[in-house]
Design a protein around this ligand. Structure first.
Ligand code: URA
Ligand code: CA
Length: 442
């Protein structure tokens, strides 16, 4: 049973995978252990990872790798068996977490959300939270679950003690262009969620030119793999495939997105597309947590009553926010309008360019800097109309209007939610992505 992985054994495993064979579960365990122990070096693991990218991993191999990842560190278990977590595959202007976590908590379901930092052109929830004065995200596990218990929800960085193997393997994947493999991605994501201790997990897999996965069919396959793997670990899972062909909410930044979440929750300003995704995500989170009935009505009530906003404030306070810090948040005072060069319809938006520009603006001018999008795909604009506003150093705003492609006719309409995977049967609600009612007033 116990397999010692030395250089010769590893060479054989690489050749096997290279030639299209599957590796046994014990081999995956031995590889992960040997890599952490230093018995297998970066060169050998990188070769294996490239073979995985080219040949793929089947369900059994993905499960074995995930199990080995989970076993590489500590594991937590949320005290309340209804506790739910959510994961987004990464997007631009994706403020959904900051809105939906307190809303679901306000419906009585504990949310223990483990989040990450900005990656490439995409924003990181931890950075958005830390734009609020005093907020800490480096919560030790005990403190994390204590915040969930007292505030209803918490959003924290994953402890270094969870899944150390993924951290090392991910860094090597990043260096060796071996990130894009469905099996490797699923093992990486699900191992962290399983080790984080939530009993139910909802995945938001983004598809489009601003996402890591561009193609909807490919995103659906990843979503299915994530849910199947989650269920194989005895957790409840569901996934949405949502559009990332343009920034989700208008705000792109850290402080700007914290402001967007604040204003959404208290009803000052609500983006339609962001609201639609929050409604679907929130419904899926309540459903996997076992809540039955009309889940959209429950979410609307939490929003309209102000309970969602209060929960957000309570969570921030539990995580160290200075009194009044959320209220005081303001965009950077230097604002540059990006005008439409001529009349037309917005047919495409380079969300990657906008995401990268927002990160540069923040790096140069601080957390109040970034971009807010004024024109959405399908909108008609006249010459000189604002396409977007850049906040912060005006030099960095130069030429950014080129991220918007204008055409003579509006493009075909795209849904916000392409698909939904996972069992919501028995809750009496329909599962179509049709947005409705108060979550999308503007
Ligand atoms: N996010 C992760 O955590 N892991 C991956 O492999 C890809 C995205
Ligand atoms: Ca609604």
């Amino acid at each position: 049973m116990f397999l010692k992985m030395n250089e010769a054994e590893m060479r054989r495993a690489i050749a096997h995978k290279r030639d299209g064979a599957e590796l046994a579960a014990q081999t995956w365990h031995a590889i992960v252990r040997a890599y952490l122990d230093g018995d297998v070096d970066d060169a050998q693991l990188a070769a294996l990872l490239m073979a995985c990218v080219l040949r793929g991993l089947d369900a059994a191999e993905t499960h074995a790798l995930t199990t080995a990842f989970v076993a590489s560190g500590e594991t937590l278990e949320a005290p309340d068996p209804r506790t739910v977590d959510k994961h987004s595959s990464g997007g631009v202007g994706d403020t959904a977490t900051l809105i939906v976590v307190p809303l679901v908590a306000a419906c009585g379901i504990p949310v223990a959300k483990l989040s990450g930092r900005a990656l490439g052109h995409t924003g990181g929830t931890l950075d958005k939270l830390e734009a609020i004065e005093g907020v800490r995200t480096d919560l030790e596990p005990e403190r994390f679950f204590e915040c969930v218990r007292t505030a209803g929800c918490a959003i924290a960085a994953q402890s270094e003690r969870l899944v150390p193997a993924d951290k090392r393997v991910y860094a090597l994947r990043d260096r060796t262009a071996t990130v894009p493999s469905r099996g490797l991605i699923a093992a990486s994501i699900v191992s962290k969620k399983v080790a984080g201790g939530a009993h139910a997990i909802v995945y938001d897999v983004k598809a489009g030119r601003g996402a890591f996965v561009r193609d909807v069919a490919e995103a659906r396959e990843l979503a299915e793999a994530l849910v199947a793997l989650t269920v194989a670990f005895g957790r409840r899972g569901a996934a949405l495939v949502t559009d990332m062909n343009e920034p989700l909410g208008p705000a792109i930044g850290t402080g700007l997105e914290a402001i967007e979440a604040r204003d959404f929750l208290r009803g000052t300003h609500r983006s339609l597309r962001l609201g639609a995704v929050c409604e679907e995500l929130g419904s899926a989170m309540l459903a996997v947590a076992g809540v039955r009935g009309d889940l959209r009505v429950a979410l609307d009530a939490a929003l309209e009553s102000g309970r969602g906003y209060e929960t957000f404030e309570r969570m921030l306070a539990a995580q160290g926010a200075a009194p009044g810090a959320l209220e005081r948040l303001q965009p950077h005072p230097q604002r540059t309008m990006l005008p439409a060069p001529h009349e037309g319809f917005v047919v495409a938006v380079d969300a990657v360019a906008l995401g990268e520009a927002a990160r540069e603006l923040i790096a140069r001018s601080g957390s109040g800097a970034g971009i807010t999008v004024a024109a959405r795909i399908g909108d008609a604009v006249r010459a000189g109309d604002p396409l977007a506003f850049a906040y912060g150093d005006a030099d960095l705003a130069h030429g950014l209007e080129q991220a918007f492609v204008l055409g003579d006719a509006p493009p075909p309409e795209r849904p916000v939610v392409y698909d939904e995977i996972g069992s919501r049967s028995g809750d009496g609600t329909e599962t179509s992505g049709t947005p409705r009612s108060t979550l999308e007033t503007k």
